[in-house]
Design a protein around this ligand. Structure first.
Ligand code: FAD
Ligand code: 2HG
Ligand code: ZN
Length: 494
């Protein structure tokens, strides 16, 4: 979609770039960090799904907080709109420009600053372990790189997602990404201990605390977690990282109906509570889609006739106890009829092949054709109903699949068609948002609002709440230069 297709007018109060701006940026950042090259710009203008496309003429690559601050001070005084860009894996059109916003990429700010090793690092089982596990790094660090670094130190990142090889921690914070281990480690609102943020006028806000507890006044870092670059640019992150535990087990299971999946979740929470680290869900349409479109992904079951699949991961500290516990749970669930078939990964390769099925879903939807993505939080009892209702509405016109983080009540409803079509869209929206609102769900569980849902926020938030959000946005960014047209309805800000 280009901005024209989305029907948003360019904010006339924004200036256009001129040669003095370019000269200023070059003098400050050096020529090679001021990108005007067409190929690089066209890549930076289009999102991961290739669905949203802007027309920015400038990509800036600051190397430190001071440079970010100078860029913003200049842009604010000149009323040049900007879009912060991380790994560009966002799924709601938030990370690319809508018109000619200057792209500020955090890619060059990828230094790990410190890992708190506590008072005195000590040795357990031949390895040196840090005590507190508080990691401080720049916002441009790629999630997977942070995890590899931490693994050597005996820690892991508290979040994991299919986009880990490209997404940046600053992007994760700015979208409040959930992911595959949310059921175990919870939200970034709990795991982020501090942030450094640059405000629209260039002010550097040092909130880079490392304390677990600090109730001195308003905890402002939370404003920036999940604000999708609309209130400031995150430049540094302090994050609590859990210890890397030694035993992980993974089971891929088939269930006959959704009710069985739901009951299995309840049982798993009760019986595997202290070790469960993922409870993921896929319907047969999702499984077929990933097998059809992703090279190297194999169906571990001989038959593909099952209607529902669940992935259960446990992580603990006692290999034989954890494995026996999971196996006993699976046996009971099989005897009770909740599970029809299943396999426990026998080694790390089999585990990664199971995860490939689940983590390959997004890429498969994009390869399958044109996709409409909805990221819904729903009460578990209504979780799958929308899939059936949508199938009934759309009939042969589209393939409707559902997968997601059942353990967190988060459904990824994906509607696949051969090409984008406004008639199909009109049958999906606003129905999907109204349905979600009626069932007291959220229209964005974890991906954010971005451009896609900026004017849909009222389906999940009260008018008074949205009004306060708009007031906060105006207070922090009076010229509206930070990621315009995203998150909040444009009409409330101009
Ligand atoms: P980008 O896409 O570059 O940006 C996302 C938003 O944050 C934009 O609005 C951007 O302007 C803003 N932003 C980026 N960096 C900064 C910064 N430093 N300061 C201020 N604003 C910034 N999401 C989940 O929640 N859970 C999942 O399980 C999950 N799985 C995914 C799997 C795949 C294969 C893909 C492609 C995406 C997935 N996502 C998931 C969505 C996406 O990966 C996450 O939202 C991720 O956190 C985005 O990080 P990013 O660095 O790519 O950010
Ligand atoms: C996931 O959980 C991501 O795989 C992406 O959040 C969801 O592609 C989607 O709809
Ligand atoms: Zn997800």
């Amino acid at each position: 979609f280009t901005s024209a297709a989305i029907n948003i007018q360019r904010n006339p109060s924004f200036s256009k770039l001129n040669s003095d701006d370019i000269c200023y940026f070059k003098s400050m950042l050096g020529d090679k960090n001021v990108v005007q090259d067409e190929d690089r710009l066209s890549a930076a203008n289009v999102d991961w799904m290739r669905k949203y496309k802007g027309s920015s003429q400038l990509l800036l690559l600051p190397r430190n907080t001071e440079e970010v601050s100078k860029i913003l001070r200049h842009c604010n005084s000149r009323r040049l709109a900007i879009v912060p860009q991380g790994g560009k894996t966002g799924l709601v059109g938030g990370s690319v420009p809508v018109y000619d916003e200057v792209i500020i990429s955090l890619a060059s700010m990828d230094k790990i600053i410190s890992l708190d090793k506590g008072i005195s690092p000590f040795t357990i089982q031949h390895s040196s372990f840090s005590v507190n596990g508080i990691l401080i790094c720049e916002a441009g660090c790629i999630l997977e790189n942070l995890n590899s670094f931490l693994a050597n130190e005996g820690f892991i990142m508290p979040l994991d997602l299919g986009a880990k090889g490209s997404c940046q921690i600053g992007g994760n914070v700015s979208t409040n990404a959930g992911g595959l281990h949310f059921i175990r480690y919870g939200s970034l609102h709990g795991n982020i201990l501090g942030l450094e943020v640059v405000l629209a006028d260039g002010t550097v806000l040092d909130m880079l605390g490392t304390l677990r507890k600090d109730n001195t006044g308003y905890d402002l870092k939370h404003l920036f977690i999940g604000s999708e670059g609309s209130l400031g640019i995150v430049t540094k992150v302090s994050i609590l990282t859990p210890p890397k535990l030694l035993s992980t087990n993974l089971a891929l299971l088939a269930c006959k109906d959704f009710l069985s999946c739901q009951k299995l979740l309840l049982e798993a929470k009760r019986e595997l509570g202290e070790v469960i680290s993922a409870f993921e869900f896929m319907d047969s349409g999702s499984m077929d889609m990933v097998l059809a479109h992703m090279d190297g992904v194999r169906n571990p079951f001989q038959s593909s006739l099952y209607d529902f699949y669940v992935l259960i991961e446990t992580t603990g500290s006692d290999e034989s106890y954890d494995k026996a516990k999971l196996e006993a749970f699976l046996l009971r669930s099989m005897e009770g009829g909740l599970i029809l078939d299943g396999a426990v990964a026998q080694d790390i390769n089999q585990a990664s092949s199971f995860w490939q099925i689940r983590e390959g879903m997004s890429e498969a939807t994009v390869k399958a054709g044109a996709v409409y993505k909805y990221d819904l939080s729903l009460p578990v009892e209504n979780f799958y109903d929308i899939v059936g209702e949508m199938r009934a509405r759309l009939g042969e016109k589209a393939k409707v699949v559902g997968y997601g983080h059942l353990g967190d009540g988060n459904l990824h409803l994906n509607i696949l068609t051969t090409q984008y079509d406004n008639n199909i869209l009109a049958q999906i929206e606003p129905f999907v948002y109204e349905w979600t609102s009626t069932h007291r769900g959220s229209i964005s569980a974890e991906h954010g609002l971005g451009l896609m849902k900026a004017d849909k926020i009222h389906y999940s938030k009260s008018p008074e709440t949205v009004q306060l959000m708009a007031s906060i946005k105006k207070l922090l960014d009076p010229n509206g230069i930070l990621n315009p047209y995203k998150v909040l309805p444009q009409s409330m800000l101009q």
